[in-house]
Design a binder for this molecule. Structure first.
Ligand code: IPM
Ligand code: MN
Length: 360
């Protein structure tokens, strides 16, 4: 298969982890005779530094003419500590999601057997957890009208959703549940928010088309509690933009590190693959950032194009690395000095010689 992949490493640890994902994809291409072409472009704080624009036109154009986008991470402390900054790295990512119509962000959460002890949660609580979070990505409070009064003392962010925006992601969530455990949990705040009541209404209607899937509802505050009390109860979680952002960071604790969580952001036309973690500025350049989230995002890219065997090989390589403790310090149980690129090398070698390193 021929694929043009736009690579947007972004800020902080983004370039280091993305390099490992590209390494894995190149190994897959050579092993399976695919033709993957990678073209790099700037986004985020690096793009602001160069062009005072977090999403330069040429980056957006590249994304629109590519088959898929591999994204690193975004954000820089100099903007976090300056609330008055008008141009911010995050705008690059948000604009990209909006311009490309990437309305569904899919975030798988899994408790790996070998990492059960790395989570601060008890083993018996998390063992067997397998959740797929469907986070709406181009609407809600992130994109509603914003305002700040002239004296700077009153601010507002509007949370708005339309029936269409809810329907299109709901269908994806139900379809996914059909090939999983046949359950969708809608997370909302329908006891308070009008927009959440619309979500309940619309999702209940959509559910009628999926008779083999059970739909239940949880208020987001309760869902946050249930996520650490009994995460095994969840199959597919469907939720709006900001609730999904928060719940998925919380859920990452189950896996033992946020450095393990991959995601796919899809729309009608484009698809982007990105780790859920941020730019982790304190770790930049130290070789301690976990590349697994980025590598698993590359595996999700392969699944998107129907390359299931290829994706499976990456996943087995990842599980093998976890089992052998070829891991960065966030999850390394022996505190060996395993760097970001060593993890990438291991997975690359595994892809090149899968028979040499079978799972047993
Ligand atoms: C994420 C991130 C982004 C978000 C930020 C960087 C804008 O936290 O992808 O989860 O809030 O969506
Ligand atoms: Mn987030």
């Amino acid at each position: 298969m021929k694929l043009n992949i736009a690579v947007l490493p972004g800020d902080g640890i983004g370039p280091e982890v993305t390099n490992q994902a590209v390494k894995a994809l190149k190994a897959i291409a050579s092993e399976f005779d695919h033709n993957f072409k990678f073209v790099y472009a700037d986004v985020g704080a690096v793009a602001i530094d160069k062009q005072n624009n977090p999403l330069p036109d040429e980056t957006l154009d590249l994304c629109k003419t590519s088959d898929a986008i591999l994204f690193g991470s975004i954000g820089h402390p100099k903007y976090d500590n300056d609330p008055s900054a008008k141009v911010r790295p995050e705008q690059g990512l948000l604009k990209l999601r909006k311009e490309l119509g990437l309305f569904a962000n899919i975030r798988p959460v899994k408790a790996y057997e070998t990492l059960l002890d790395k989570s601060p949660l008890k083993k018996n609580i998390i063992q067997g957890t397998d959740i797929s979070i469907y986070r709406e990505l181009t609407g809600g409070i992130y994109f509603g009208e914003k305002s700040l009064s002239e004296d700077g003392n009153v601010a507002s962010d509007l949370c708005e959703y339309s029936r269409e925006e809810i329907e299109r992601i709901a269908h994806l969530a139900f379809k996914s549940a059909q090939s999983r455990k046949h359950k969708v949990t809608l997370v909302d705040k329908a006891n308070v928010l009008e927009s959440s009541r619309l979500w309940r209404r619309v999702v209940t209607e959509v559910a009628k088309q999926y008779k083999d899937v059970t739909l239940d509802f949880l208020f987001v505050d309760n869902a946050a509690m249930q996520m650490i009390l009994n995460p095994k109860q969840f199959d597919v979680i469907l939720t709006e933009n900001m609730f999904g952002d928060i719940i998925s960071d919380e859920a990452s604790v189950i896996g033992g590190s946020i450095g393990l969580l991959a995601s796919a952001s899809v729309g009608d036309k484009y698809a982007m693959f990105e780790p859920i973690h941020g730019s982790y500025p304190q770790a930049t350049g130290k070789g301690i950032a976990n590349p697994i989230a980025s590598i698993l995002s590359a595996a999700m890219l392969l699944v998107h194009f129907g390359l299931h065997t290829e994706a499976e090989l990456i996943k087995i390589g990842v599980e093998k690395s976890l089992k052998l403790n070829i891991s960065t310090p966030d999850i390394n149980t022996k505190y060996d000095n395993i760097t970001t690129s060593k993890v990438g090398d291991f997975i690359e070698d595994f892809i090149n010689n899968p028979k040499d390193t079978n799972m047993n």
